[in-house]
Structure formats: C-alpha cells, structure tokens
Ligand binder design. Structure first.
Ligand code: GLV
Ligand code: MG
Length: 324
C-alpha cells in the first residue's frame, strides 16, 4: 500500500441513477415512489429553455413535499457557461437544501469549475444554517473534462462520484456516432484471414478507454464511478450488456433514462449469489491457508493469494451494502 491513504466518499448505493426532467411534475412523483438508488432531478438538457424556471419551481416543491423513501436525491444544474446556473444553485439550495443530498454538475471541464461551485454552495449552506453538507456528482462529458479528469476528481471534498456522459462526450470528441451509448457497428476489427473459417468482423467497445479512465480517476480519489445513459430504451439486452461491461471495469452503477432501466441496473450492479458464494469460499480458503502459514493456495484448480482476499472482500462488502 502507498503511504497515501485515499479518503472514501460517503458510502451510498448508486446502482441505478434515474434521470427525471424537472419540467414534468408527474414524473417527479413517480420517481419518488420508484426503486432507483439515486434520482437526479434535471434542470439541464432534458428541459427546454422556456421551461427552466417552471422546472426549478417543480423541483423545489418536489424536494420539499414528496416522500423520497430514503433515496439519494440530486439536482442536475445547468452548466457553468449558462446564465441559468447561479439561480439553479441559489434557488434550489436556499429553498430546499435540507432535502437535497447531491448536486450534479454537468460538463465539468477543469478543477476550478468544481471549486467555484464549492464556494457558492458553501456560502448558501452557511447563510441558511444547513446541517448536512451537500455532495457533488460530476459529469465527465467533454474532451476537456476527460483530459483534466484527475484534477477534477480531486477538486473538492464534496466530490462523491464521476459520471460518464456519453452523448455529450461523443459530440465533444467528434466521435462518429449519433447513438446515446452502447457499441457501434463501425468500430470493430477483422480477424486474421489465415485462421480456419476465414475472416470475421468483431465489434469493439468504443467507450472502453473513457470508462476505464473514469474508473481509475474516481477510485484513486475515493469516488464512485458511474456509467451514463443508454439511449435505446426498447433494447433491454443492449442496456444489460453495456451495464455489465461498466460493472466489470469497476463502475458502481449506471443511469436509467427510463424507469424500465432502473430494475436492470439494480440487478446488474448487485453481486449475484454465485459471485457472493465464490467470494466467501475464497475468504474461507485463505483464512485456512494463513492459519497454515501459507500465502497462496489453490481453489478449484486456480491459484489464490492475499490479493484474492481483497478482491473477494469487495464483492462481500457490496453484497452487505445491497442488503442494507
Ligand atoms: C449526459 O449528460 C450525456 O451527455 O450523455
Ligand atoms: Mg450531457
């Protein structure tokens, strides 16, 4: 271990993160009654400019009046490059800050974007005497943000999670896709022409680098990495495959941009009973090994060692968190 200890963000379940447009009061009510671990009430891109003011009012009312049943509740404010942002923060935190857990900051480009918000939120919390410190969720969705991701992740003690905003990221990097998330048939490799059976074309995952980089930046700073939207809401299999790729790389969860995606995320980002059993068997085998003075043993024909304990503990701890 390094001599540097990474402080961990508050432990919250973040398997599903449901996006709800603040302009639709009925959707806000449904979200409060639903099963998402985290709900973010959107003031940004799902809300048209003419609806921004009403959406703010709806969100303030929803925070104050609805029963969120223990969920984590966040508000996605508008970007720092808009004139909506300051009023989003001032109105929502002043009028409903005690019911707000997190603020989601879109299109973060540099660490000082976070610093500016930290200052503003800190002043409002102090003026209002708010007891609970509001945390930050940061969307990495521009080339600038991805380039500066490590500084951004370390920019504030309010930071809790990094999110991969694939749609804006694709636009910012000028990626040749108009889908929101998921694989792209144009991004693939041809297999060797000399292998038996002839050439084959395999799709690749064009988001691998971005998600893997986000996971590293988040974990190095004790934050939760969370995968963003998957636009084809009629393709449950596509959603599951994308979510599983993100989970395998270390993400804690994924956005749901339709309530039907919430249950998929909750399921996929919870360890399965097989994974939990295997992790427990590894822990038991390593306990026995250590009693016998051994650092490594075989289990089911595979080598396990002290690092395996840490891997297994990740699974067991997550299972305990899910159980509540
Ligand atoms: C989310 O905000 C995205 O742009 O994908
Ligand atoms: Mg976006």
């Amino acid at each position: 271990m390094s001599f540097t200890i990474t402080e961990q963000a508050p432990a919250r379940l973040n398997r599903s993160e449901l996006a709800v447009p603040g302009s639709n009061a009925r959707f806000l009510e449904k979200a409060a009654a639903g099963d998402a671990d985290v709900v973010f009430l959107d003031l940004e891109d799902a809300v048209a400019p003419n609806d921004k003011e009403q959406a703010r009012k709806n969100i303030i009312a929803a925070l104050n009046d609805l029963d969120w049943r223990g969920k984590t509740v966040s508000v996605r404010i508008n970007g720092l490059d808009t004139h909506y942002m300051y009023r989003d923060v001032v109105d929502v935190v002043e009028q409903a800050g005690e019911h707000l857990d997190l603020i989601m900051i879109p299109k973060v480009g540099v660490a000082s974007d976070v610093y500016a918000l930290d200052m503003l939120v800190g002043q409002i919390e102090a003026a209002k005497g708010l007891k609970k410190k509001i945390g930050f969720e940061l969307i990495i969705e521009t080339a600038l943000g991805m380039a500066n991701i490590h500084d951004i992740a370390a920019a504030s003690r309010r930071n809790e999670s990094l999110h991969f905003g694939v749609a804006d990221y694709a636009a910012s990097t000028k990626a040749r896709t108009t889908n929101i998330g998921g694989p792209n048939a144009e991004y693939g490799v041809l297999t060797d022409p000399d292998v038996a059976g002839g050439r084959d074309f395999h799709w690749g995952d064009m988001w691998h680098y971005a998600i893997a980089r986000m996971v590293v930046a988040a974990r190095a700073n004790g934050l939760r990495p969370v995968d963003g939207p998957f636009g084809d809401i009629s393709d449950a299999d596509g959603y599951k495959a994308q979510a599983m790729r993100a989970a395998v790389l270390g993400c804690e969860g994924k956005w749901a941009i339709h309530p039907s995606q919430t249950a998929l995320a909750n399921h996929l980002f919870s360890p399965s009973s097989e994974e939990i059993d295997k992790a427990k068997r590894i822990l038991a085998a390593m306990e026995q090994a250590q009693k016998e003075g051994k650092g490594a043993v075989t289990l089911d024909g595979k080598l396990i060692d002290i690092a395996s304990i840490k891997q297994a503990e990740v699974v067991v701890r997550k299972a305990e968190q899910v159980k509540g």
